[in-house]
Design a protein around this ligand. Sequence first.
Ligand code: HAM
Length: 406
Amino acid sequence: MIQSLRGMNDLFDEESQRFTYLIETASTIAKRYGFNFISTPILEETALFKRSVGESSDIVGKEMYQFEDKGSNDVCMRPEGTAGVVRAFIQKKMDKQGGEHRFFYHGPMYRYERPQKGRLRQFHQFGAESFGNSSVLEDTAIILMMRDIFDALQIPFRLIINSLGCKVCMPPYKDNLVTFVTAKQADICEDCTRRLDLNPIRVLDCKNDKCQTLYADAPKLINNLCTECDEDFIRLKKLLDDTGMTYTVDTNLVRGLDYYSKTAFEFVADGIGAQNAIAGGGRYDRLVEFLDGKPTPAVGFAIGIERVMGLLTLPEIKREGYYFGSLDEEGIDALFSLAQNKRKATKVHISYEKRAMKKHLNAADKINAQFCVIIGENERQEGKVWIKDLSSKSEETITLEAFLKG
Ligand code: HAM
């Protein structure tokens, strides 16, 4: 029997209801903040991710679903949504137009990671990207929008923030950090040795306890920000304080993608295991320029839908629409035209199999129909249907005419 690939799940029944509820809730809130829906392809040129997410990141270095297509193009299934949105933004020449452009999106992302609880190879994100605003007011709005989404979904979270500096303060900091870590190189883990060459600041979020102890006195970027980055970070914290948004500053929060500058943040949920980041994001003021666009500041986030789904309690599902069932073969055609008529106004489910009354009632209940409509030999001969309201439990036999009018 063919099975789905490891780390890739089917979504149906209650899971798909959670999924839809989450997307609908988040989309409604994103629209309130002035974001418009954008959809970009799953498959992109590999170079897009190499140049944005970064060759030194684990995502590009180890986890890409990358292959040559039939036209010998080097392509890749997107590991995240930001790069594609930025490419579309530049391709549509919105960078040249100037002004503010805000987009939200959702869809599957692909990372060849080792599957475990909360970590899939195909997972879904709901994300938003805002272009054209360099003010931390927009960083704050983005964080508040995420708060609104999680509040609407009744998901408790903790917010962690950091500043990753800019092209002025990051390079000298990196040099300091490399000097500090190189002095301890004999004792650090293999991953950190690799990071030291490729992307030194990633040593800061090494999960190895020994490394963490060694880095306890490492220089902190937060203490070495340039004046502009420092003032922005102070203002961001003040804006969050003013809106009652609680947060902690974690100077080791460096994020796994290379495009960030200044604000970086993660939303974390407790009680879901080691993979507890339910959303992440930040500012990426240089990415549009890196991808050959006109320099445009930008900030955004993405929520990991599967991680949030596990925490979600669905609102009580209301009964809705009709279930149609027949007790014999002859009744099915009659029901078909009745069902078609009701579909103009409401949700309809029809069974094309003759079944006993009890089976039909159970099936109607399972799909949360409001009414169960049954036809048997007697009803057919009298031009009537039997109908039961599954909420009030009242039942009656009425003429087809009355049924179609009602
Ligand atoms: P990210 O932190 O790589 O950021 O991913 C965002 C969220 O996707 C994570 O917090 C997590 O909830 C979920 N996620 C990531 N990998 C997996 C996985 N293997 N299985 C299940 N869930 C996962 C980004 O992707 C950036 N593009 C966010 C962003 C948008 N930054 C600026 N704009």
